[in-house]
Design a protein around this ligand. Structure first.
Ligand code: 1BN
Ligand code: ZN
Length: 338
């Protein structure tokens, strides 16, 4: 009971905190467009003939063969390095070098290093560009790669100072993004794509730290960065994965969310639930605060393993990873095709 109340009060406290932010608040009725409005507002891409579009649509209807087993192997490898929090610099180095080693050579990699509250962090920024500037559209897909320093949601208080391995909370998003990168390399989309692996997402309320430090620094230190749309994924491997429409995404980026759910429908991805979920502070928030439409795909209510020592691969399933991977790829491949 105490455990349950702790979670509920944390959730309410964060909702109140976020509701005080002018940029993020608005009534859902005011901001959510109908499907018709959404379609009418979608611009036709310049330079694509009708025949070209028909061909594209035909090839897009091909099955997306996302390998959830390989993604599971990434989770196994990533968790084998140990916790990816500031107290474990060696594990952090190994993780960054692992992610880099998995990115196909057709993509460029930049490191965004930053300091915050006496901590240093590294965001890893991977870019895939279309040839000859055929599209001005830029899609950003992000996830966090760090882990929380302490398992403060443990029911057993003797374990609350232990670190979290973050198979689900951290590694699952990285695993999906690595496989997305491989698909984009072997079948290039018609839009530009950035894959960003954010550091220091998960230190909220540990000392004086906040959540989403790495993405906040990224947005602040790259003021000219204006992707057309974005998706953040977090906690996407659980055996009982359930992804509702995260509240702040539904208020501040309804058109992007609508496109994601269209992809989920096309992909028969039943983990995506057509209901409004909780309000979550995650790496999408700094983008929403500067008007960039980025949505958060996150398991909600959070699974039992959340911020506990039980966040291990034991509770992950390849079918959860593959549903999320297919939806992201479908979203990217359909973005400029109308
Ligand atoms: C998601 C996964 N989050 C942390 N790990 C974000 C979060 C922010 C969760 C505030 C609860 C409260
Ligand atoms: Zn977390």
């Amino acid at each position: 009971m105490f455990f349950f109340l702790r979670k509920i009060s944390l959730f309410i406290a964060f909702s109140i905190f976020l509701n005080s932010s002018d940029n993020l608040v608005g009534s859902t009725a005011e901001l959510t467009p109908t499907k018709k409005q959404f379609r009418e507002r979608t611009p036709l891409e310049k330079g694509h003939t009708n025949k070209h579009k028909t061909d594209l649509k035909r090839s897009l209807s091909a099955v997306i063969d996302f390998d959830g087993q390989i993604a599971m192997r990434h989770i196994e490898n990533l968790t084998s390095f140990g916790p990816r929090s500031p107290e474990h610099p060696q594990a952090k180095l190994l993780t960054l070098s692992y992610i880099r080693s998995q990115i196909p050579p057709s993509m460029s990699i930049q490191l965004h290093e930053f300091d915050a509250n006496a901590l240093n962090g590294t965001n890893l920024w991977v870019s895939s560009r279309v040839e000859k500037k055929n599209s001005n559209t830029l899609i950003m897909i992000g996830t966090h790669w760090d882990t929380r320093s302490i398992a403060d949601q443990e029911t057993d208080i003797t374990k609350r100072n232990m670190p979290v391995l973050g198979a689900n909370d951290g590694a699952s998003g990285v695993a999906v993004l690595i496989e997305v990168a491989k698909h984009l390399h072997s079948k290039p989309p018609s839009v530009n794509v950035d894959l960003i692996f954010f550091d220091l997402e998960d230190l909220g309320n540990v000392g004086n730290n906040k959540y989403a430090i790495g993405s906040s620094k990224f947005v602040k230190e790259n003021p000219k960065y204006r992707p057309t749309a974005g998706i953040i994924i977090d906690m996407v491997c659980d055996r009982d994965l359930r992804i509702p429409r995260e509240y702040y995404s539904s208020v501040s980026a309804p058109e992007v969310l609508a496109r994601v759910w269209e992809s989920a429908e096309r992909q028969d991805a039943e983990v995506f639930k057509n209901v409004i979920g909780g309000a979550v502070i995650d790496d999408h928030i700094p983008f929403l605060q500067v008007g960039i439409p980025v949505v958060n795909l996150i398991h909600f209510p959070f699974p039992k393993t959340w911020h506990t020592t039980e966040d291990t691969i034991k509770f992950c399933r390849s079918r959860s990873l593959s549903q999320v991977g297919r939806v992201i790829l479908d979203f990217i491949y359909h973005y400029d095709v109308n």
